[in-house]
Every structure is written in C-alpha cells, then in structure tokens.
Design a protein around this ligand. Structure first.
Ligand code: F6P
Length: 341
C-alpha cells in the first residue's frame, strides 16, 4: 500500500486545501494507501512534524482558503544536515515519497532534493501564475477575481469624485494578475514588471481618459519598476534577502497627481488577494492536481510535477518550472495596451 507525505510550502494560495483533500481521497480510495501531512512546509519535514491525513481532517475543506497544513518559506536544501533530516523523516514515517506543493522557490528545493536522491513529485502553486511548465496554477483565478471585484468598486468611487484611482496588485516578477484584472475592468493603464513604461506614458494614458470624461483607473503590479526609482520596497527585505514588496501605488499617486492635476488615490490590495474562498475553477484545478500528483507518485515519476497543458493534466520535469519565470510576452502586453488611455 503506498504511503506518501504531502506539504504545502511558500506563500499560501487559494486551492491548497482542495489539493490536500483530493490527494487524500485518491491515495485512500484508488490505491488503499495513506497520506501523511507535514506542518508548515519543508520545516515540518525537517522537524518531522507530521499528521496522518484522514477524512475527518479533509471533510469540507475544498472551499476553505489558506492551507490546513500551514506553510513556511523554509528551504530544505539549505543548512547543515538538512538533507539527512529529510531522509530520516521519510524513513521514520515509512514513506514511499513526498508530494511538494509550492511555487518556484519550493519546487527548486524539491528539484535539488531529487538530485540528492529524495523521491519527490511537485504540484505548482502561485497566485502570480508566473511558473513555467504549466499553463495555469491554481490561486491565480481567485486572485484575479478578487482584484477585479475591488477595481469595479474603485471605478465607481473614482467616477463619483472625478479622481484617478490606482489599484496595486501582487505580482513580484510578473504582471499576470494586473493584466487580467485590468482587462476585466477596462483599466486605463496596466503597469507590469516585464514591460516598464515611462512616467510620461502613464501620464498620457491618464490624461487621455480624463479628457474623455472618464475617471482614470491605473493598475500597477507590486514589482513594477518606476522610471528612475527601480522596484519599490520600503519595508526592507526578508531574512532570505528577498525584498518585501508593496507600496508602488502610493509612490506613484503623488507623481501622477502633480503631473496631471487630477486628485489621485492609491489602494494596495495586498494579501486580500491570497486569502479566503477559492473560486470554483481553483478548487477544480487543485483537485485535479492533487489526484494527478498521487498517480505520478504511484507511477514513480519522481522529479516531475503535475501541470496543466490546455485542458489536460500532464506531468513535466521539475526543471521546467525553475530558474526562469513565465513572463507576459511583449506581443500580449502590446495588444492589451491598445485599450489603455
Ligand atoms: O508569490 C506570491 C506572492 O503573493 C507575491 O506576489 C508576493 O510578492 C509575495 O508572495 C508576498 O509574500 P509574503 O506574504 O511572504 O510577504
């Protein structure tokens, strides 16, 4: 009977619980096996902080935000003795392998562990949708919907006061949330990390909207590098050295107000985009990924991750998801930009 461990690692993401529930059902009902959960990401594997996943634990969780297992940004490939601790945990729990649900950092760690012989399959997760190797990751649809709902609200209050509204969304390296929510709301400008535009260009878009009697809506991804400023991270860095982003909207607002003369207000959506109920799409994608990850583990596809290719769930090499990010092409951005202003 197969016996697999599962962990959720990195930033949380709507749909994680659907993955856990579905993986449990698959391993239990299809293979008569057991799923063991590790608390708080890779830290739980290092510390052997485990709990057997049962129906009592997973009942009704597919629609819950966050992750019932908890998460952390602990990197198991770092630190002396870490590899030995991972191996010991697998042995002590009599596990046939691990299912690691995570983003680029977590899957890079999984890839490194696989290189050291650890049996692991990955499940791609990020609200940013910037992971290579899969067409979409769960969590993105929910984040886009939350951002769209918020911007619909910003549009009506902006119009009532004839203000320019700036909506700042997550998107560290890539502007997928900004672009999709911006298109959905008919934003007058979408500013993303991959395709920086000048302040002059933003001003032109804002003034063009205002001159047609509209209250301008500017969507900015947190990782947008402002001309002359670079990437804005007023909250310093995390222990890992990764900058804590957030605040570019507030940075941009006075610049635009000064240049256009339009009263400008910024709203940062922040972690609201990551929390709460996943959309039906993310629950279904998470469920499909969870079941497919168990199938991949049973088949011994170690070093692979499950992925979405068109409508199909496939497996891809973990190496495809790491080292680079899925960027918005210039062509795609330019096509959207025709609607700006
Ligand atoms: O990778 C997902 C993400 O939400 C990024 O968009 C954001 O920059 C980051 O996580 C924030 O992480 P934390 O919650 O650790 O500050």
């Amino acid at each position: 009977m197969p016996r697999f461990g599962i962990l959720t690692s990195g930033g949380d993401c709507p749909g994680l619980n659907a993955v856990i529930r579905s993986a449990h059902i698959r391993v239990d009902r299809e293979y008569g096996g057991t799923l063991v959960g590790f608390r708080n990401g890779w830290r739980g594997v290092l510390d052997d902080d485990a709990v057997e996943i049962t129906e009592e634990i997973t009942h009704g969780i597919a629609g819950m935000g966050g992750t019932i297992l908890g998460t952390s940004r602990t990197n198991p490939a770092e630190g002396t003795g870490a590899l030995g601790r991972v191996r010991r945990t697998l042995e002590d729990n009599a596990l046939d392998g691990l299912i690691a649900v995570g983003g680029e950092g977590s899957l890079s760690a999984a890839h490194a562990l696989r290189g050291a012989g650890v049996k692991v399959v990955g499940v791609p997760k990020t609200i940013d949708n910037d992971l290579n190797g899969t067409d979409y990751s769960f969590g993105f649809d929910t984040a886009v919907q939350i951002a769209t709902d918020a911007m619909d609200r910003l549009l009506t209050t902006g119009a009532s006061h004839a203000r320019c509204m700036i909506a700042e969304v997550m998107g560290r390296n890539s502007g997928w949330i900004a672009l999709h929510a911006g298109i959905a709301t008919g934003a007058h400008a979408v500013l993303i990390p991959e395709h920086p535009v000048s302040v002059d260009q933003i001003v032109e878009w804002v003034e063009s909207a205002r001159n047609r009697g509209q209250a301008p809506l500017v969507v900015v991804a947190e990782g947008f590098p402002l001309e002359g400023d670079g990437i804005f991270h007023p909250r310093g860095t995390e222990a890992s050295g990764r900058p804590r982003l957030g605040g570019i909207g507030e940075r941009l607002a006075p610049l635009l107000e000064k240049r256009t003369g339009i009263e400008t207000r910024a709203t940062t959506l922040g972690h609201i985009q990551r929390g709460g109920t996943p959309t039906a799409y993310d629950r279904v994608l998470g469920a499909r990924f969870g079941a497919a990850a168990v199938d991949a583990a049973v088949a011994g596809e170690w070093g692979k991750m499950v992925a979405l290719s068109g409508e199909r769930i496939v497996t891809a090499d973990l190496s495809e998801a790491i080292g680079s990010i899925k960027r918005i092409s210039a062509e795609r951005y330019d096509r959207a930009a025709v609607c700006f202003g």
